[in-house]
Design a protein around this ligand. Structure first.
Ligand code: S3P
Length: 440
């Protein structure tokens, strides 16, 4: 149990840790390239270490360099080329992104066998969403009960397909983009709603041909990917915990520097603006949030986010809002407890297939802290009561629920005990230290 007492305000500056999604992709795509790829700010966390071990297992050479002050490290990856992966058994740990993206690359290898397996939570995460389209491309894929890990692959020649994705998932899209590089002919992917496009940006920077045409994403076969330098932006999803903390604790004022602001990731900002948070640019004074110092050091834009305490009102969140805010929806439940009026999140059944069933976890967790919250099949409804009593929250082995519990404790009247707080090591090992640093 880790305890978070009512505290605050949050003050000062922070560079949040490097982005988890971009880090996974840097290792995988670096391993597919010919020559050395240098990653600046490779996130040092359990999930992303599993990806480094996975690429090393298939033959890439990984050299770790110096660590930086935000929990990142310099990593050089000598790729094996698009078709040079050697057979391996891959333990993904808790990393769903690794489990769902890497098979896209391996499915099209000229020969070899690969098995993907992981922890207890990974064994409950559906992989039929990648197995179905990969089989349509000609891949040999098997999984337990036709839908769960372990997942077994045998390399086979692939051909391009046109695929309409039934669920909006950046992991599935990325898997198919990688498979499309090794296929014979073009692969066209249609998403029901736009999801994060980190893979597209990185592949394009490394010389792949990817275009959008009449709403479809089309990838052409490639002979090779050019190795290069990949700077990893700060993780907006990690920064989001401090955004919520600063909004909820009166008198707070923080600056979060070098945060990735890819438009497919920052749906939280649009939702906050509907919840009454006034947003502005550098020269607009008096706003609760400003976004400034926008730069593009690589394929991903970054900015400084300045946040202060603010009052909130309830809002309705529908399916169209979900992909760009998917990992922040548990935090929205917390914010909604402090808002005036009711908030409803719908169209978010995908939350049940994350590291834990995040609908059940957030509903039980926040109810245990005194929230007026009710679960629905595809989301939840929260009646804001202007605050939260406090109590105990079970993180259920889920890093994001653990961090929601910590912020809830700070903003509550009596504090919160977070059971299973250690889960934060999956994406943000330094979270507690960074948070306490802003409270000092
Ligand atoms: C991710 C995509 C999202 C997100 C996950 C990371 C990615 O999952 O929830 O934390 O890196 O592509 P889905 O693609 O399953 O929605």
């Amino acid at each position: 149990m880790t305890r978070f007492d009512p505290a605050g305000p949050l003050r000062g500056e922070l560079r949040p840790p490097p982005d988890k999604s971009v880090t996974h992709r840097a290792a995988l795509i670096g391993a597919m390239a010919g020559g050395p790829t240098r990653v600046t700010g490779y996130l040092d966390s359990e999930d992303t270490r599993a990806t480094l071990r996975a690429v090393a297992a298939v033959g890439a050479q990984v050299r770790e360099g110096e660590s930086d002050d935000r929990g990142g490290m310099f990593v050089e990856i000598e790729g094996v080329g698009l078709r040079g992966a050697r057979p391996a058994e891959i333990d993904v740990g808790n990393a769903g992104t690794l489990l769902r993206i890497m098979p896209g690359w391996l499915a099209g290898q000229p020969e070899g066998d690969w098995t993907f397996d992981g922890d207890e939570s990974i064994r409950r995460r559906p992989v039929d969403r990648i197995a179905t389209p990969l089989r349509q491309m000609g891949a040999h894929v098997e999984c337990r009960e036709e839908r769960l890990p372990p997942l077994h692959l045998r390399g086979a020649p692939l051909h391009g397909i046109e695929y309409e994705m039934p669920v909006a998932s950046a992991q599935v899209k990325s898997c198919l983009l990688l498979a499309g590089l090794l296929a014979d002919g073009e692969t066209a992917i249609r998403e029901p709603l736009w999801t994060r496009d980190h893979t597209e940006r990185m592949l394009a920077a490394m010389g792949a041909s990817i275009r959008r045409e009449s709403g479809a994403l089309i990838v052409s076969p490639a002979g090779r990917l050019e190795a290069g330098d990949i700077p990893v932006p700060g993780d907006f999803s990690s920064a989001a915990f401090f955004i919520a903390g600063a909004l909820l604790v009166p008198g707070s004022e923080i600056a979060l520097r070098e945060v990735g602001i890819n438009r497919n990731r920052i749906g939280l900002l649009a939702i906050l603006s509907r919840m009454g948070v006034e947003m502005g640019g550098a020269h607009e004074t008096g706003r609760a949030m400003t976004v400034h110092e926008i730069r593009e050091p690589g394929p991903e834009p970054v900015a400084t986010l300045q946040v202060r305490g603010a009052s909130l009102r309830g809002a309705e969140i529908t399916a169209a809002d979900v992909p760009a805010a998917i990992d922040e929806l548990p935090l929205i439940a917390l914010l909604a407890c402090f808002a005036e009026g009711e908030s409803v999140v719908g169209g978010a059944a995908e939350l049940r297939a994350k590291e834990s069933d995040r609908i059940a976890g957030v509903v039980e967790g926040l109810a245990g802290l005194g929230a007026d919250i009710e679960g629905r099949a595809d989301g939840f409804a929260v009646r804001g009561t202007g605050g939260l009593r406090g109590g105990t929250l079970d993180a259920r082995g889920d890093h994001r629920l653990a961090m929601v519990g910590a912020i809830a404790g700070l903003a509550s009247r009596e504090g919160a005990e977070v059971d299973g707080f250690d889960a934060v090591t999956v994406s943000y090992p330094r979270f507690e230290r960074d948070l306490r640093g802003l409270l000092a």
